[in-house]
Write a protein that binds this ligand. Structure first.
Ligand code: SAH
Length: 206
């Protein structure tokens, strides 16, 4: 399994230009196959997204690595993730930041991710069942916010919960989605498009 992860990192991630050593180390260490129920172990390390039940998917390893690198984590940050899914991205983030708060709208996914993360020892992650459009105001501000489901437009509520100097990384759009990086500094918000992506839509709660 370690070998499979090494190949995944070398061929899918480093080869496409992700170079942050800490990110690569985290990708080598988290046991991706333990986050995908019922999968054949080797499939967990292939170069594409995979179903995790309830019509949802775990992202392609490269996209997880790219988005993590864009977050520029150095270990002290408080991070908010929208779309816990399997908990895999949250596990990666937790190795690189201080605290990870993750929101999942599908209750059974949130519950199984919570159990899985606890069993695997990723104790810096807290999972909440809820609607990510609202963010997690009680824990704000966040140094980094990452969305792993795509809203038609980045919700202002989330930008409001970003700390000064904070970074938000997210897919944005309906059919055509851009991966964007937003930096908030001194009350101004700058945004750039990194690439084009295909995520599940971010759905609205009640
Ligand atoms: N980061 C996940 C993959 C996420 S797939 C992983 O590493 O496995 C996107 C997830 O976002 C799905 O689980 C979906 O249920 C969730 N989601 C969609 N809309 C949401 C919303 N409004 N709030 C919170 N989670 C949402």
């Amino acid at each position: 399994m370690e070998k499979l992860r090494e190949i995944m990192v070398k061929d899918q991630i480093e080869a496409r230009g992700v170079s942050d050593e800490r990110v690569l180390r985290a990708m080598r260490s988290v046991e991706r196959h333990k986050f995908i129920p019922g999968i054949h172990i080797s499939s967990a390390y292939e170069d594409h997204p995979l179903p995790i039940g309830h019509g949802q998917t775990i992202s392609q390893p490269y996209i997880v690595a790219l988005m993590t690198e864009l977050c520029e984590l150095d270990g002290d940050e408080k991070v908010l993730e929208i779309g816990t899914g399997s908990g895999y991205q949250a596990a990666i983030l937790s190795l690189l930041a201080k605290e990870v708060y993750s929101i999942e709208i599908v209750e059974p996914l949130a519950k199984s991710a919570r159990t899985r993360l606890a069993e695997l020892g990723y104790d810096r992650v807290q999972v909440k069942i809820g609607d990510g459009y609202r963010g997690w105001p009680e824990k704000a501000p966040f140094d980094v916010i990452i969305l792993t489901a795509s809203p038609p437009r980045i919700p202002q509520q989330l930008i409001d919960q970003l700390a000064d100097g904070g970074i938000l990384v997210a897919p944005e759009g309906d059919y055509t989605q851009e991966l964007v990086k937003i930096v908030k500094r001194g009350g101004t918000v700058s945004k750039k498009t990194v690439t084009y992506v295909r995520f599940v839509p971010m759905i609205h709660g009640d």
